[in-house]
Design a binder for this molecule. Structure first.
Ligand code: C2E
Ligand code: MG
Ligand code: MG
Length: 743
């Protein structure tokens, strides 16, 4: 799960990176386009500013010059040239011009100061010509003799008579006065302007150009694709505003903005290197990149954070869904989920094992839940260590574990399982004391392609069987288990109806006097007339004990016994006491004695005629409760017999604590005594000892005369066994009763 999420995260991050990069590239392009547009506007603005400044400067000069001309006109005619020169000098002191010059109509020139280089004749003629026609004339002389650089000249006519001008007043300016206007400061000092004539001749330049004609300069550069030099010439001739881009031979990209001026058809040409644009663009792009980077990082970090949170919650979900909180191992859900793939991983050569810790509750009760939990954790730990990679396990319930193990053959598998059990038992030393674990294993060898839960069922069936063993609690599932379950299910579904239909029948087995062979009593034994077959109790009683139906069945048999006793009483037939077997389940049923009393009262039969048989093992396991029940039965006059004495772990303590009326020696107790003198001694001693307690001894399973003789010699009171009679129907029994003896 984790792997998937990280892979998707990286794919996502990659896609995000590609998208962001594409975005950056697009953005970069867009920024460049916009910037170029912006810069063009900027250049145009700057050029317009520059042109405006130049025009304003010229207009201001014109105004000053016109104002200066007024006193000259007023004082006309002048006394002499000296007074004119003095006036010029005075006027010149107030203005910023380099010099003021008055030119007579005949070409004579008077200068405001003596430092000024005289103007050439050509210039003088040019000025007179223009001022005779115009109110103002502005021009630039490039190479006026004696002047180090170009000079700007402004001129107005002097016309005191308002007719034909008597001369012209001229202001001389050096080129650098205008230079400031030609520097494009707003373009980062990299740009500057040039004033040209429409044919390209340079009028004023910020710095010296290699040629005096701009077109000649442009011939050596590469114009932008949309432009040609001729086109440019035509545009200028037409007085258009033009923006032109070009590359210099050394690869520099520049822009030229052409703006027509209202003076002499001049053009203001502003040149700005594209470097300025690029620098701006780079800066903006750099800034955007940093921004993008920051945004991307924040985004990436956020995504990472979200993924982490998602991963964490997934992990948490996974833990809740698939991990056993106690042992930290897989839980059942996880096993279900992975089962098929694990099975394939083992090439389907596997076995499903269920094992449980018998009497785990005792560990909890005796040592506390903490210890119990420790044990389960250790078991999980050992399994974790012992299992191979493709194998798996989980905790099914409190003390039940399911294993999926590699399987080759039964022998080697059992060997491995036993080794595993040893390991589990060995490792069970918790908190310095060793607990003995009693483990039972149910094994299903996976041979069929069936659902996991069916396999589990099968392993469970085997486990149920394994639990019935005392040692070596390993069982393999076999088809008989299945058949048994099917029969059990059939029995369960039909038992109630069987009871109602009187399919259960009471058989009686006589209890005879050893010496006389006379019938002194009988034990009632249930038979089930099931589908035409007399089914023996061993086949259904364990099941009825598990499902509780035995409580009803015992009472049914008891009622049959009571009914028979009542019938005998009524017929005047000789009455012998009948014994009824009661399951261990009655011990904990408070209705037990009241029910017995009610039935006996119903049939009006004295309680002493009905003996209750309770098996030894039940009494042994529940001594206190048994004591209460025996006392209760005695209280109402029911005789009580201990059944199957000597079949299990007989305890003399039981004899000491409980007052039975009779004790039934189990057939197992007698088996093989003939060849075993020690056994004979034990039987002899047991009978003698029981008899000294004043308890009657009944021997079960007497099959031979030898047995009968021996037991009689030992002093046993009553005999029950095939030697005298098998369990028989009531009718047969009544016939037997007619006989004086069964010997
Ligand atoms: P149990 O109470 O010890 O009954 C004696 C069993 O020994 C009977 O088996 C009887 O048929 C058998 N038996 C008697 N004489 C001989 C003999 O000489 N040789 C051999 N081999 N067997 C002999 P059965 O009838 O199959 O009953 C088995 C057990 O089922 C009984 O053992 C008793 O514990 C239980 N059972 C029978 N009927 C009832 C009942 O109505 N209620 C309850 N709770 N248990 C019953
Ligand atoms: Mg019995
Ligand atoms: Mg018995």
């Amino acid at each position: 799960m984790q792997r998937v999420s990280f892979r998707s995260f990286f794919i996502f991050a990659l896609i995000a990176a590609v998208v962001v990069t594409a975005g950056v590239v697009l953005y970069w392009r867009q920024v460049n386009v916009l910037l170029e547009k912006d810069v063009k506007i900027h250049i145009a603005d700057a050029a317009r500013d520059s042109a405006g400044n130049f025009i304003r400067l010229v207009e201001k000069d014109q105004e000053i010059l016109t104002t200066s001309a007024l006193p000259i006109e007023d004082s006309y005619p002048w006394q002499d040239e000296n007074s004119l020169q003095e006036m010029l000098a005075r006027l010149d002191d107030k203005d910023h011009f380099d010099a003021l010059v008055f030119i007579y109509a005949d070409g004579r020139a008077i200068y405001s100061n003596t430092q000024v280089r005289p103007l050439s004749k050509k210039a003088i003629q040019d000025l007179l010509r223009h001022t005779s026609k115009n109110n103002f004339y502005s021009t630039v002389y490039q190479r006026e003799k004696g002047y180090p650089s170009a000079i700007l000249i402004q001129a107005v006519p002097v016309d005191p008579n308002d007719g034909v001008p008597v001369g012209a007043l001229v202001a001389v300016q050096k080129e650098n006065y205008y230079r400031n206007v030609l520097a494009l400061t707003s373009m980062g000092n990299d740009g500057h302007s040039v004033i040209i004539e429409r044919n390209g001749n340079v009028v004023l330049a910020y710095e010296n150009l290699p040629h005096s004609n701009l077109f000649t300069v442009l011939e050596s550069v590469t114009l932008d694709e949309t432009l040609t030099l001729n086109g440019l010439r035509q545009d200028l001739a037409a007085g258009k505003t033009v923006l032109a881009g070009y590359y210099t031979p050394d690869g520099k990209h520049n822009f030229l903005q052409f703006i027509p001026l209202p003076i002499n058809n001049w053009y203001m040409v502003s040149a700005v290197p594209a470097k300025y644009v690029e620098e701006q663009a780079t800066q903006v792009a750099k800034l955007s990149l940093v921004l993008f980077g920051v945004v991307f990082l924040v985004f990436y970090f956020l995504m990472f954070f979200i993924m982490r949170v998602r991963d964490d919650s997934n992990r948490q979900l996974f833990t809740t869904a698939f991990v056993d909180p106690l042992t930290g191992a897989d839980n059942f859900n996880r096993m279900c989920e992975q089962f098929n793939s694990r099975l394939e991983g083992l090439n389907r050569q596997a076995a499903l094992v269920i094992f449980d810790i018998s009497k785990f509750k005792v560990i909890n009760d005796l040592h506390g839940y903490e210890r119990g939990n420790e044990v389960l954790k250790r078991v999980a730990q050992v399994l974790q260590e012992e299992l191979q990679p493709e194998e798996s396990f989980c905790r099914l319930s409190a003390d039940k574990f399911v294993l999926l193990l590699k399987y080759e053959d039964r022998k080697s598998f059992l060997k491995r399982l036993k080794a595993l059990a040893t390991q589990l038992k060995r490792n069970c030393t918790v908190a310095d004391s060793c607990l003995v674990l009693d483990l039972s294993f149910g094994i299903y060898e996976i041979t069929e392609d069936i659902a996991f839960y069916i396999m589990l069922d099968r392993a469970h069936l085997a486990l149920d069987r394994a639990k019935t063993h005392t040692f070596e609690k390993y069982e393999f599932y076999d088809a008989a288990d299945r058949a048994r379950i099917v029969t059990e299910q059939q029995i369960e579904s039909s038992m109630e109806a069987a009871l109602a239909n009187r399919e259960f029948e009471m058989y009686l087995q006589p209890k005879c006097d050893f010496v006389t062979g006379e019938i002194l009593g009988a034990e009632s034994l249930v038979r089930w007339n099931h589908e035409g077959r007399m089914v023996r109790p061993d086949e259904f009683i364990p099941l009825f004990e598990r499902n509780g139906f035995i409580l009803k069945l015992d009472m049914f048999i008891m009622e049959e016994a009571a009914r028979l006793l009542a019938a005998w009483q009524a017929n005047g037939t000789p009455v012998v006491p009948l014994a009824v077997n009661f399951s261990r389940l009655h011990l904990n049923d408070s209705r037990f004695i009241p029910q017995m009393r009610r039935i006996m009262a119903q049939y009006n039969v004295p309680n002493k005629l009905l003996e209750a048989e309770i098996t030894e093992s039940v009494i042994f396991n529940n001594l206190e409760r048994a004591q209460e029940v025996v006392a209760g039965l005695h209280l109402y006059g029911f005789p009580v017999a201990m059944d199957d004495f000597g079949s299990g772990y007989s305890s003399l303590n039981v004899l000491k604590e409980l007052k039975f009326d009779s004790i039934k020696l189990d057939k197992e107790f007698l088996s093989g005594f003939e060849e075993n003198p020690r056994a004979q001694k034990v039987i002899e001693g047991a009978i003698a000892m029981i008899k000294t307690l004043g308890v009657k001894v009944v021997t079960e399973g007497v099959e031979t005369r030898e047995q009968a003789d021996f037991l009689r010699k030992c002093g046993a009171d009553l005999a029950q066994g095939y030697f005298f009679s098998r369990p028989v129907t009531v009718t047969t029994f009544e016939q037997l009763l007619q006989k004086k003896t069964l010997l």
